[in-house]
Structure formats: structure tokens, C-alpha cells
Design a protein around this ligand. Structure first.
Ligand code: BGC
Length: 727
């Protein structure tokens, strides 16, 4: 077959498979219509609300299945009781815990996000879940937000690129991902009622893009509404967010699920696009004779409104058709794979993501890696060296089949070393919604740690935050940006005794570091899941060369962060309303534009080798709308070991008719190179992505003129600039 024939056959194939897809869609639409014809009003309404904490009913007489959901977002949660929040106590529901989403984002590696999504989806499928309640893409606005660890950082472009393959990976298992929390749920304080005031421009440029990518590129099958309000209306049934944007402009064809208890009104929820109501407060069957779920907003009250003619039945039919469509994509799909759980491949992926996500922040005198063969005494200090980090944190808690602690991981890899562990401080067990004092005596813990420090050749301090209330945990924000439990004080004392100190921070948030100048090494190690200890030992020993980059800025102090710069009305608000006064200048956009030096910048992360970026070229100098800009960069590994670098392309428009961030991420690429190796990579983006959201036309506007391209390996380490012009 000659080339032309091959191309022709491929085209015929594409046309016939897309024709087949169309036919399948049509036949499913037809089946959906037929089913709706057979349903009673009460049966249809029943499908629109919960029947238990994590399921919604089917229609038994017609064989229509129930829908089973589970958190999310970095592993499949243990089974919860039918009517209350306790664990059901199954013995078959322990799973692989994957690293939290901040870690995933820090890999800057979309293909790894796909592998993660596939593995997670396989576990959800094996556990017989139809909807996995994740991923979360709320933008990191303040380091105090208790749920930042569940999200993908401060940059809408990075979050968009990482979320799409995650969704596709989960859904290829016949399990719906549920993109949450739509939208503007950027803090836990007053999350149930705080009303966000933010400009349309910041909404479209910062807070919505990752959701939009999840819908339009990831084709996500469900979305979760959020708790908070936006301009006075609850986001779960928001006319503009849901009807105009999500289901209107973006043409989302899946199911909008409420957050648990985020529904507040029958009429508004019905008319503004809510499809399934979950979790509205009720103690279920335990205290009423009738089924308490019948009292949900989208239950009996909805039956009444339809009967009285106030709401047309066609509105309800539309919801039911979305729910049935989700079933045909999941439980009723004929091609649904079987799923897999707790297999070695999943652990392998968890370890790989963890290893690639750890960020090396400081490495004075090549403190890391530490030779694993050396005979030495390691003083391992910190609660986080031994603490379970998969438990706690709120709804994302996990029951991991296996969780290797940093202590265990180091013991396994550093066989010739004597490792002396001391807690140093202790924070008690994670209890949802409450802070518990540790029963251990703080002075004795500190004294024991200092004793260990005095005997050690090297001290590894493994601290940070944890999943307790008011730390990295749902339901409340952190009270300050400082490390809790007296860790700063403890570190100060350790540093007086031993100068050879490396710090490994476990957290999903930025912390203050008053001791930074005196420690030799520093790593940001996130919540790493089942393989935490192995992954940490991989990086400390040098088996894995760190290549993670920060997905959010670490400010020196809280008021350097844009949301906090504008005071209480900006964060956390006055109890009723808050104003996002920083507008589009979130994260590094703020630091860059206002020239406020961060402690560690967005996109920053060191390696055990060094890279050089050179020969930066754009394919053209002048572009028009719709064209692609191709930036080619030669990347050379100049060090003595193989490693990976994330090349980042930012764009700015120094002279603009509107306010602009100095620069914004528009492309990135992670490249692996052996020692001494060099390669040229192309980073491509669409000219249309340079447009800003123009409030005067309620649409995107591509400004003509000169733009600056910044190429570097972090937002504050730009090695090259180039000019391009849009005509
Ligand atoms: C959380 C959601 C979660 C749901 C179910 C809510 O409190 O905000 O993220 O999926 O609970 O556990």
C-alpha cells in the first residue's frame, strides 16, 4: 500500500469509528428516553438524591442500578456506615494510598498523572464505585487553607495540564471522576456560607480554567458543587456558574452532584442545574420512622413542586437523563474493565509519583544525597518520621493496606547506619473537627531529642504539618503559617547542638522557616501515601534524583501573600462576605508583579545535578490568532549524574491596555537526561492562550502587540527572554 492509500484507509477508519461512536451515542440516548418513559414521578425524584451517606437509589423494579460513590481524591476511602459518618468496619476495604495532589502537581509530569488516574480508577472499580469524588482543583490562594493538599497548586495552567490525564485515567476504568469543588471554595473558614466577591476576570483567568479543562478536554462525567456562596448565591445551585458556564458555555453533559450538605433550596437547586443532592444533614433511618432522605430538598419537596405545576417535569427528566447517561458510562457500560487493587504496580506508581514530586529546596555543601553505605549515626527527629499520614485530614482520609513510614524506609535503605529516633514533639491523634492535646510531656520529648542530636553525625528532622484539625485538614483553616507544636523552637535548640541538620517537611502547605539559613538541607516531601518512607529514602540516598518543582509559592511571611496583604475582608472575610482584592494576582503573579521576594518561588526545585538551558528560539517572531508558538530550548545536563529538569515558559506583556501579571506560565516540559547528555525540546502553546478575559465584552480578548517570553527552570530563575509580536 502506498502512503496515500495508507492515509486514506486511516481516514476511512477514523470516519467509521466516529460514525460508530455517534451511533452508540444515539442508541444510548434512545435507551435513556425509553427508560424515562417508564419511570414514575417518584422514581425519577428518588434518583436525584441520596439514599445513604455515599449512594443514591436505583429503580429496582426496572433493574436500574444504585450509584455508589467514594472519596477521593488520592485513594478510595474506607466504607462508611449507611446513615452516619462512622467507618463501616469492613475488612476488605483497605487500599493503596497515592500521594496527595500537591505532590502529583509537583511532578510537573502529566503522563504520570495519567498513570496515577488509571491506578486509582482501577482501585475504585475493584471497590465497586461508580463515582470517585476527586480530583480537586480549587486554586491555592492562601497557605492557611486546610485543604490545599487535596488540590493542584496556585497556577491554573499547571492544574489544567495535570487534571486532564488524571480524569481520563480514572474514567477509562468505567468509573466517573468528580471534579470538585465548583467553584471558589478556596478556604475552609466559614465554607458553608461565606460569599466570595471576585471579578469576572479573575474568575475566568484564575479560578475556572482547571475546571474548564476537566470538562472540555478531560470530558469529566461528574462535577461537585461547592459549599460557599458566590455573589450571594450558593455555588451548588448558582445560576451563572452552573447554568450559564458549566452546563451552558462549556456544554458539560455529566451529573452535577452537590457537596455533602451544600444544597439549600428546592426550587433554586432544581432550576439551577443540580442533579444529585448528597449529604444534607439528616441522621437517616436511625431516628425517624420514615425515610429521612425523603426530606431532602430534591426529594418530597420536589415531587410537590412538580405536582403543583410550579416546576415542569421536563426539568426533572433532564436530570434523570444525565444520571442515566452516567450509568451507561459506568455501571451499565458493556466495556467496563474489572478493576484491580493493592497490586505491586499500584505501589510502584505511588512510589514513582512520590519520588518525582519531592522538592529539594536547599542543599548546602551537597548535604544530600547521604551515602547509604556509610557507617554513621543518624539522629532522626520528629513526629512525622513515624506518624501515619494517610489517616486524618477529613474526607480524604484513607485506610491504607500498607504505609511505610519515613523511619522504616530509612532503616531499610541505610543498613550500615545506626538510626536513633526521637519524637521531639508530639501532636496527638487526628480527630475530625477537634484539636486534642498530646498526652506526652513536651519537655521530656524535647530533652530526649536534644540528647539524640548530640550523639548523631547527621540529624534528619522530619516534621511539618499533619492531618490534625487546624493543620492540613478539612473543616478548618490553619491558624498561622508557623510550624505547630513548638517545632521552630526545637529546631533552634537542635541547631545549637548539631550543625549537620537536614529538614524534611511533610505538609501540603507553605510554612514559615525562621531556621532556614542554618540548616544544610531541606526537602518538601508532601503527604506521600503508602510508599512514603521508601520514596523519602530513595531521594535521601540518591537512588532517585529529585526533580519536583513547587506548585505554589512559599512566602516569607503570611502578609507577603496576596490574599493576606489586603487584610481580613480579603481573607477570611467578615463572616458573610469576602473580597478577592488581589484579583488576578494570585501566587507568583503577585510576588513577581509587586516585586515581593518569596522564600521559595513557584516552579522552584533543585536537583543533584545541574542543567543549562541554551539556544532558545521561537519558530517565528510574528504570529496571528490561532497559530502555535513553538519555543525550542537546548537542555544540557552538566553534572555527574542523570536527572530531570522542568523547563518552564512564561509570557508577559509589559505594555498592555489592561492590568497584567508580570508573567504567567504557558508551557512546561520535564526532560530526563543522562550525565553529560543534551537535547533540544520544543514547548508549544496556542497564541489564543495569551488572551485576557475582557469584562467589557464578557469574552476572551487577544491583545495585539509585543509579548515577552521568559524561559527558565522556576518562576524566579529566568535564563532567557525573547520578544514575539501578535499581529
Ligand atoms: C467534602 C467533599 C467530600 C464529601 C464526601 C465533603 O465534606 O467537602 O470533598 O467529597 O464531603 O465525603
Amino acid at each position: 500500500m502506498n502512503r496515500r492509500n495508507i492515509i486514506f484507509s486511516i481516514m476511512v477508519l477514523i470516519i467509521s469509528t466516529s460514525g460508530e461512536a455517534n451511533n452508540t451515542m444515539k442508541s444510548i440516548d434512545k435507551k435513556i428516553d425509553d427508560i424515562i418513559q417508564q419511570l414514575t414521578l417518584e422514581e425519577k425524584v428518588a434518583m436525584c438524591h441520596a439514599q445513604s451517606k455515599f449512594s443514591s437509589p436505583g429503580v429496582p423494579r426496572l433493574g436500574i442500578p444504585e450509584i455508589w460513590m467514594s472519596d477521593g481524591p488520592h485513594g478510595v476511602r474506607a466504607e462508611i456506615k449507611w446513615d452516619s459518618w462512622g467507618h463501616a468496619g469492613w475488612t476488605s476495604d483497605s487500599i493503596t494510598a497515592f500521594p496527595s495532589l500537591t505532590c502529583l502537581a509537583a511532578t510537573f509530569q502529566p503522563e504520570l498523572s495519567r498513570e496515577y488516574g488509571i491506578a486509582l480508577g482501577e482501585e475504585a472499580r475493584y471497590r465497586k464505585k461508580d463515582i470517585l469524588l476527586g480530583p480537586g482543583v480549587n486554586i491555592y490562594r492562601t497557605p492557611l487553607n486546610g485543604r490545599n493538599f487535596e488540590y493542584m497548586g496556585e497556577d491554573p495552567y499547571l492544574a489544567s495540564k495535570m487534571v486532564v490525564p488524571y480524569i481520563q485515567g480514572v474514567q477509562q476504568n468505567g468509573v466517573a471522576a468528580c471534579l470538585k469543588h465548583f467553584a471558589l471554595n478556596n478556604q475552609e473558614t466559614w465554607r458553608g456560607h461565606i460569599s466570595v466577591e471576585v471579578s469576572d476576570r479573575a474568575l475566568h483567568e484564575i479560578y475556572l480554567p482547571a475546571f474548564k479543562a476537566g470538562v472540555q478536554e478531560g470530558h469529566v462525567w461528574s462535577v461537585m458543587g461547592a459549599y460557599n456562596k458566590f455573589r450571594g448565591q450558593h455555588t451548588t445551585h448558582h445560576a451563572m456558574l452552573i447554568n450559564e458556564i458549566l452546563k451552558g458555555a462549556w456544554a458539560f453533559d455529566g451529573v452535577l452532584v452537590s457537596d455533602w450538605g451544600s444544597t439549600h433550596d428546592t426550587r433554586e437547586a432544581t432550576l439551577n442545574g443540580l442533579d444529585i443532592e448528597m449529604g444534607t444533614h439528616t441522621d437517616g433511618l436511625s431516628s425517624t420512622v420514615k425515610n429521612a432522605y425523603d426530606y431532602y430538598y430534591l426529594a418530597n419537596p420536589l415531587v410537590e413542586l412538580v405536582k403543583s405545576g410550579e416546576i415542569q417535569e421536563s426539568v426533572l427528566d433532564e436530570k434523570v437523563s444525565r444520571i442515566l447517561r452516567l450509568m451507561f458510562r459506568t455501571s451499565l457500560s458493556q466495556n467496563r474493565p474489572l478493576g484491580k487493587m493493592n497490586n505491586p504496580e499500584h505501589l510502584h506508581i505511588a512510589r514513582k509519583v512520590a519520588g518525582e514530586g519531592i522538592v529539594l529546596l536547599k542543599n548546602k555543601g551537597d548535604f544530600f544525597p547521604i551515602d547509604p553505605h556509610k557507617k554513621m549515626t543518624i539522629g532522626l527527629i520528629g513526629d512525622n518520621a513515624v506518624r501515619s499520614m494517610t489517616a486524618g485530614g477529613g474526607s480524604s482520609e484513607l485506610k491504607a493496606k500498607k504505609e511505610v513510614s519515613p523511619f522504616e524506609g530509612l532503616q531499610k535503605r541505610f543498613k550500615n547506619a545506626t538510626i536513633l529516633h526521637s519524637l521531639g514533639y508530639n501532636s496527638g491523634a487526628p480527630v475530625y473537627g477537634r484539636e486534642l492535646e498530646s498526652p506526652l510531656d513536651a519537655d521530656s520529648l524535647q530533652a530526649a531529642a536534644l540528647e539524640v542530636a548530640s550523639r548523631a553525625d547527621v540529624v534528619l528532622f522530619i516534621g511539618g504539618l499533619n492531618k490534625n484539625h487546624s493543620q492540613d485538614c478539612e473543616g478548618a483553616d490553619r491558624k498561622s503559617m508557623a510550624l505547630p507544636y513548638g517545632q521552630d523552637e526545637l529546631l533552634k535548640k537542635i541547631l545549637r547542638i548539631n550543625r549537620n541538620v537536614g529538614v524534611i517537611l511533610i505538609s501540603g502547605n507553605a510554612v514559615e522557616m525562621p531556621w532556614l539559613s542554618r540548616v544544610k538541607g531541606l526537602m518538601q516531601a508532601w503527604y506521600l501515601g503508602s510508599e512514603a518512607g521508601h520514596a523519602i529514602a530513595d531521594v535521601i540516598s540518591g537512588d532517585v534524583n529529585p526533580s519536583g518543582k513547587l506548585p505554589f509559592t512559599f512566602p516569607v511571611e503570611l502578609t507577603d501573600n496576596a490574599a493576606h496583604h489586603f487584610g481580613e475582608l480579603s481573607y477570611p472575610g467578615d463572616g458573610t462576605t469576602q473580597h478577592y482584592k488581589e484579583d488576578i494576582l494570585v501566587g507568583y503573579r503577585w510576588h513577581d508583579t509587586k516585586d515581593i521576594k518569596p522564600l521559595f518561588a513557584f516552579g522552584y526545585g533543585l536537583s543533584y545535578t545541574s542543567f543549562r538551558l541554551s539556544r532558545i528560539r521561537t519558530n517565528k517572531k510574528t504570529y496571528v490568532a490561532g497559530e502555535q508558538v513553538k519555543v525550542s530550548v537546548k537542555v544540557s545536563n552538566k553534572g555527574k549524574t542523570s536527572g530531570a529538569e522542568v523547563v518552564q515558559v512564561y509570557i508577559g506583556k509589559p505594555e498592555s491596555e489592561v492590568k497584567r501579571a508580570k508573567k504567567e506560565l504557558k508551557a512546561f516540559y520535564k526532560v530526563e537526561l543522562d550525565e553529560g547528555e543534551a537535547t533540544t525540546i520544543d514547548l508549544v502553546f496556542d497564541v489564543n492562550n495569551l488572551a485576557y478575559y475582557d469584562e467589557t465584552i464578557s469574552d476572551w480578548n487577544l491583545e495585539k502587540g509585543d509579548y515577552l517570553i521568559y524561559v527558565g527552570n522556576s518562576s524566579d530563575n529566568i535564563s532567557h527572554k525573547a520578544k514575539i509580536t501578535i499581529k
